[in-house]
Design a protein around this ligand. Sequence first.
Ligand SMILES: *Cc1c(COP(=O)(O)O)cnc(C)c1O
Length: 235
Amino acid sequence: MSTIQQNLQDVRSRIAAAAQGCARVPEEITLLAVSKTKPVAAIAEAIAAGQRAFGENYVQEGVDKVQHFATQPEGATLDWHFIGPLQSNKSRLVAEHFAWCHTVDRLRIAQRLSDQRPAGMPPLNVLIQINISDEQSKSGIVLAELPALAEAVAALPNVTLRGLMAIPAPEQNYQRQLAVFGQMSDAFQALQQRYPQVDTLSMGMTDDMAAAIAAGSTLVRIGTAIFGARDYSPA
Ligand SMILES: *Cc1c(COP(=O)(O)O)cnc(C)c1O
């Protein structure tokens, strides 16, 4: 068995254990394999092991991978999620090549994604990114801004508001992780009351997936535990 195949099995077991620990069923939780900086060979191994949903952070790198796998036999069965910060001048590439965007944090970006979504493709699934704990970070809105942004995004024709996403500040303590994720979960449930199509709460990474699942995450974004540490040094 390859390392990636083994890692995927381990991560799936960890998700199942976390779900069972809080009386949830593992099928409620989507595993998004975060493949940023990793070569297509690593993604191909994950695909061979049954993985179908992949997350990419950098627009051009992501588009290159989407296009590579579009020509492969499994291409049509893959779900590509854009999970990185998005600048306006790159929105078209996301609208044209991805199924999901997790990082909508202003109306202007959502409008561009909707305008630029090609006719003939289903609406782009979008999540609103919440800046839940990290005041230093410029990504994401504060919760007080959510009702107005959600209403405006939900009204756009070619995107579907599916839920919320957060990247909390790194925190080793499980109880403190749980407290932050709990705030996200409350906001998510309130959003679901208002918008019936909302079904996705994207939170949890390699180091905090158990707490995220306990708090109600429906999608965990896992990179390191599947593909190993990332190397950002110049080639
Ligand atoms: C890189 C990244 C991940 C994966 O993080 P790991 O700790 O490697 O699992 C998840 N979400 C986002 C938004 C990321 O940028």
